[in-house]
Design a protein around this ligand. Sequence first.
Ligand code: SIN
Ligand code: CO
Length: 382
Amino acid sequence: MYQLNAEAFNSQEFLTKYWQKKPLLIRQGFKNFQDPISADEIAGLACEEEVESRLVYKTAAQWQAQFGPFDSYQHLGDKDWSLVVQALDHWSEEAAQMIEPFRFIPQWRLDDLMVSFATPGGGVGPHIDWYDVFICQGSGKRHWRVGDKGLHREYAAHPALLHVEPFEAMIDVELAPGDILYIPPGFPHEGITLATSLSFSVGFRAQSAVSLLSGLADHLIDHEQGGELISDPERQVTQHSGAINHADFAKIKQQITSLTQDDDSLRDFIGSFYTQAKHELDLQAHNELIESEHVTCAMTEHNLMRLGGLRAFYFPETLSQGLCYIDGKAVSFPAKISPIVQLMCDQVVVNTEQLEPWLNNNDFIDFITQQLTAGYWYFSDA
Ligand code: SIN
Ligand code: CO
């Protein structure tokens, strides 16, 4: 279980002063930090087809990037390279635990947990990210520089590496195990490894209006909505056939804005859109055939676990109507079981004590059997 060190970090103060505003160094944000996963395991994950990974290194001062899966690292030597694995929370239950302390920010803002293994001199180069990130130093040591937001020229150091020109540092520090560096969008930064290192980045994502609109268009097509044509039975004679006059502009605008006016439909889109996983889910990990009789028994002995990276959200309004969103789809359930569905969306682990009141509830057993069969939830081993 990872916990932020209350002496070093206060979540309310952080949100007020730093979140989306300025970078922050949190010395010993995690006390006595232990890596949740080893470098060897990370190297192994990057050999898998379904895991997104990349290697970044330099040859003769020229930046290079290569995308996984990899079958060997032998040729890379023992310095000046780094291996980055995305969505580690999808593949390692232990590593996914690192996200838990950051749940004071709602999950719909979360992107994924990324890890970088880097040998001395290794890093991905100076760059700007357009998302918020908490870079948590695991074993090893890295030198980080963070510059101020502003006009920074970016250039392609390699087709897959967008770098930024040299910048003046407002933070210039060495991170040791347990230290955390928070960087909001738009602040240039660079981490160079001093001693072979693991860094875990808890990243948050924000959607642009254009990606929301494009998602809305897809959603409307899939649900055969929004097909109504403009209609103008009240039309008057025009003297200017080349004009889109004020009344017509208002009518067209109304046709577009009407797509976002109905809150129920909009929630349906937002719930489906925001629960889509950006990276592949490890749905094969727990796909046993589940009999509902076994579920009751398992509930008394095992915690209910949400699959790493699965996104499950609700709106207060939909919860009371018996509707939530799981992995890009609207899911209905009897409204009576909404308290336990709410827990399943709020918490990654629902313990046996929390499950106990629902043991004899057939509606819940049916609901959870479906979710277990889909591989979205599973019972803990212990
Ligand atoms: C890294 O760990 O090397 C990259 C993390 C980042 O800069 O966002
Ligand atoms: Co970055």
